[in-house]
Design a protein around this ligand. Structure first.
Ligand code: PLZ
Length: 447
């Protein structure tokens, strides 16, 4: 197979005739509940480009929602998947185990923050791993309650819907939700600033506000776990004020509460560290990973302190496909690629490039309220001119304009007013600049 040409190219209007035909087939065959962001159907992808079924080549600033971090169809992954598929595709680890599963767990134990004795368990999706982290925490503490945060996203299964904050589209009409889930206030510097500079910059203060809510409304004696994304993803790429996570973690340690970091979106080099917790200098009890772990194959994991991970009884954890051998082969190739190609440093370089441009854009456009994020996980929060009132229409219009010009870009945020960038680390600087040029022009045009 030849590599996808690394240029943006519009062969037809977006969508072209072949995508349009597929859009009609989808409407007739696929549940309406499954929505799509882009109006084009993919044919091939690699580097920083997704090529559609009409021969259009689009700049990829989404990585399939932070999954193909090392690049799509990355050479080591493609080769490892093909080789493993030729040997065996499944035996079920719970029936006839295989080395690849153990090897992925060894790498996770080595790579995640914390030097103590660790164990891992493998699953298929981020939601499934989050559910298992909660099961493990409950088994270890023999307590039931779980605290999640405002703006959190942890998945779409029943327990993870309960943990997720936003109603539409994730929860609306799908209740009742799992019991014993409580919500605490987050540190959201851009919005906390309305309540004073201190709260916006002092993470310890914001953590004390959350701890007070937890203490009074749940009580540590009932609380099994606190779960948090070190940088919230779907909620709007919210980076908490320094000290917020460390203060929460310290409180958890003092109160026999398991601290779970959901690094499903932030993990595996995405933020300019292998894991986002490293930026805060914290070592969570449990860490949940998925997405970037296996270059696009479905794999997820829970990793953590051995005494916690070993709390569930034998055969208390599992699932038919968890740690599928093809997905494990992809994960081993992904980890090898990150380390061999120095991709953690590449993510940090992408942060510098993007923030530099976006800050300059912000300087003469007061609709950009905030520029934030880490590594190749960068966002702009869009507001009504000069204020802080969220503007959800502008990102919609910007995304539509970018899509029509051949740039894949996504929005997010509780208020739907955040434009987020999750480029693959395999993208060139030229393509990144070109993608931002397109957005900059669209922003000017929409003023
Ligand atoms: N935890 C932090 O970001 C998935 C969801 C897209 P699954 N985020 C993308 C959508 O609209 O469904 C995510 C996440 C965090 C958990 C999950 C859930 O991971 O693999 O989608 O189950």
């Amino acid at each position: 197979m030849t590599a996808v040409e690394q240029t943006r190219h519009l062969a037809t209007a977006i969508p072209g005739p072949n995508s349009s035909a597929l859009i009609d087939r989808k409407a007739a065959a696929v549940s309406r509940g499954v929505g799509t962001t882009m109006p084009v159907y993919a044919a091939r992808a690699g580097g920083g480009i997704v090529e559609d079924v009409d021969g259009n080549r689009l700049i990829d600033l989404g990585s399939g929602i932070a999954v193909t971090t090392i690049g799509n169809a990355a050479p080591r992954v493609a080769a490892a998947v093909a080789a493993q598929a030729g040997e065996f595709t499944h035996t079920c680890f719970m029936v006839t185990p295989y080395e690849q599963y153990v090897a992925v767990c060894e790498h996770l134990n080595r790579l995640t923050p914390g030097t103590g004795d660790k164990r891992s368990a493998l699953f298929n999706t981020g939601s499934e791993a989050v559910e298992n982290a909660i099961k493990i925490a409950r088994s270890y503490t023999r307590k039931q309650a779980v605290v999640a945060f405002d703006h959190a996203y942890h998945g779409r299964t029943n327990l993870t819907m309960a943990l997720t904050a936003k109603s539409m589209p994730y929860k609306h009409g799908f209740g009742p939700f799992a019991p014993e889930i409580y919500r605490a206030p987050l540190s959201y510097p851009f919005r906390d600033a309305e309540f004073g500079k201190e709260l916006a910059t002092d993470g310890e203060l914001a953590a004390r506000r959350a701890i007070s809510v937890i203490d009074k409304q749940v009580g540590a004696d009932n609380l099994a776990a606190v779960i948090i994304e070190p940088i919230q993803g779907e909620g709007g790429f919210i980076v908490p004020a320094p000290g917020f996570l460390a203060t929460l973690l310290a409180w958890c340690r003092d109160n026999d509460v398991v601290f779970i970091a959901d690094e499903v979106q932030t993990g595996f080099a995405r933020t300019g560290a292998m894991f986002a917790c490293e930026h805060e200098g914290i070592e969570p009890d449990l860490i949940v990973t998925a997405k970037g772990i296996a270059g696009g194959l479905p794999l997820s994991a829970v990793t953590g302190r051995a005494e916690i991970m070993d709390a569930p009884h034998v055969s208390g954890l599992g699932g038919t496909y968890g740690g599928n051998p093809v997905a494990c082969a992809a994960a081993l190739a992904t980890i090898e690629t990150i380390e061999a190609e120095g991709l953690v440093a590449r993510a940090a370089a992408i942060e510098t490039l993007m923030k530099d441009r976006l800050h300059r854009l912000q300087a003469d456009d007061d609709r950009i309220g905030d520029v934030r994020g880490r590594g190749a996980m960068i966002a702009v929060e869009l507001v009504k001119s000069g204020g802080t009132e969220p503007d959800a229409e502008l990102p919609k219009a910007l995304c539509a304009a970018a899509h029509a010009e051949g740039v894949i870009v996504l929005s997010c945020g509780t208020y739907g007013n955040v434009l987020r960038f999750l480029p693959p680390l395999a993208i060139s600087d030229d393509l990144l600049h070109e993608g931002l040029d397109v957005l900059e022009a669209a922003l000017r045009h929409l003023s």
